[in-house]
Design a protein around this ligand. Structure first.
Ligand SMILES: Nc1ncnc2c1ncn2[C@@H]1O[C@H](COP(=O)(O)OP(=O)(O)OP(=O)(O)O)[C@@H](O)[C@H]1O
Ligand SMILES: [Mg+2]
Length: 220
């Protein structure tokens, strides 16, 4: 079971006068969906970038199952352990739904045929049926595009799913469906799901809620 632990993590952007993160300690567990809320500019996306291995903390440690990320190759970590889901979905517009999901697997060296078999299963698992596999993202609804993005995130085999405002571009019903899907992945699939959100209904649906404020993360 996967877990990410932060110990006294601080982070400051170059040339910034003060730390964005200032001694953040917490633990994100497999099997749970955790929400991170907080005012705009409080450092939520920054926190997610560190969890995603896109940057390293200035001080403190981030541990994956007890192993310090500082001692790991971040390229490997990003390829194998974490997947990020964005507000704007970020699908490739010139690739079909199926090709979008296949793409990272092929990059990782999987044969096209094998990638397609897995991609179909992932798409089915997130509720995108066969009739939509050959559609381009522009011909899918926002909720469907986010499902494809989640299928793509799952296709890497990563057990940690990090989502930055995943429902920010969706209406109420689509938003609830995506939240149900992510929570199901945590509870049934054993994924460690971390969602940054402004949406109180997303926070309510989460197992645990943290609030980011003045560089600190506190349990709500
Ligand atoms: N690349 C950067 N260089 C310098 N400062 C940055 C950079 N990215 C973000 N910041 C600053 O760091 C702080 C935290 O930004 P961050 O994007 O983490 O906030 P956030 O909580 O995600 O906000 P929002 O809810 O608006 O998305 C802000 O003051 C922001 O201006
Ligand atoms: Mg943000």
């Amino acid at each position: 079971m996967v877990a990410l632990t932060l110990e006294h993590v601080s982070y400051r952007y170059k040339k910034a006068a003060q730390n964005v993160l200032d001694g953040v300690s917490c633990r994100f567990e497999a099997g749970e969906m955790t929400a991170v809320v907080g005012p705009s500019g409080s450092g939520k996306t920054t926190l997610l970038s560190l969890l995603a291995g896109l940057d390293r903390p200035g001080n403190g440690r981030i541990l994956l199952n007890g192993r310090d990320l500082a001692a790991m190759d971040l390229d490997d970590y990003r390829r194998q352990s974490v997947s990020v889901i964005f507000q704007a979905f970020q699908l490739f517009p010139l690739l079909t739904a199926l090709e979008n999901v296949c793409f990272p697997m092929e990059l990782n060296g999987l044969k096209k045929k094998e990638a397609e078999v897995r991609a179909r299963a992932q798409l089915e698992a997130v509720g995108i049926g066969k009739g939509k596999w050959k559609r381009y993202p522009a011909r899918l609804s926002g909720g469907e595009q986010q499902r494809v993005a989640i299928a793509r995130a799952l296709s890497s085999g990563a057990r940690i799913l990090l989502a930055d405002e995943p429902t920010g571009n969706l209406d109420g019903e689509n938003s609830r469906n995506i939240v149900d899907l992510l929570r199901n992945l945590a509870h049934e699939g054993g994924y460690c799901v971390v969602i940054v959100t402004h949406d109180p209904t997303v926070a309510e649906a989460s197992d645990r809620v943290y609030r980011m404020e003045e560089g600190r993360l506190r349990s709500v």
